[in-house]
Design a protein around this ligand. Structure first.
Ligand SMILES: [Fe+2]
Ligand SMILES: [Fe+2]
Length: 167
């Protein structure tokens, strides 16, 4: 990898993080009644998304549907087989319960994402027509469910009202 390829990866990571941070900062500003600051954070977040997309395009990492599903499967698999188990172990060693809990919820949901992506790839390879159904995402743990929201989140126990519909 050239130095510029490394730099593109670093810039993509940084812009992606800035996007999420600014969106969370905008939520905070909105909650405090700071409408214009909230807007500014949302606008800057939007711009960071443009930068992130540009960098990823130059890296050539937005590929065919099959390749993108494979990349997602690989990423999710890495997270729940290697990254989160190691992070959870370390958090336990350091008695950092909030970090342990946060990693644990993500770890459980990455396994669900892995299954969903695998099923989508399976359908694609079998030439099956994809379903036409919304997804529901638990706003407490990220649990991702196809079709209908459950009465209670099987991962974190939150009620149905905590699920956000994604079309
Ligand atoms: Fe995931
Ligand atoms: Fe949940």
């Amino acid at each position: 990898m050239s130095k510029t390829t490394d730099n593109l990866q670093a810039a993509f990571a940084g812009e992606s993080q800035a996007n999420r941070k600014y969106l969370f900062f905008s939520e905070k500003a909105d909650a405090a009644g700071k409408k214009q600051v909230a807007r500014l954070f949302r606008a800057a977040a939007e711009a960071e998304t443009v930068h992130a997309r540009n960098h990823l395009k130059v890296l050539g990492q937005i590929k065919t549907e099959r390749e993108n599903l494979e990349a997602a499967i690989g990423g999710e698999n890495y997270e729940f087989t290697q990254m989160y188990p190691a992070f959870i172990e370390q958090a336990k060693k350091e008695s950092n319960k909030p970090a342990d809990d946060s990693f644990d919820l993500a770890n459980k949901v990455e396994q669900i994402h892995h299954k969903l992506f695998q099923a989508a790839l399976g359908d694609l390879q079998a030439g099956k027509t994809a379903k036409d159904a919304p997804y529901y995402v638990c706003q407490v743990c990220g649990n991702t469910v196809e079709g209908v929201a459950p009465d209670r989140c099987p991962i974190c126990g939150s009620p149905k009202s905590k699920f956000k519909r994604v079309d």
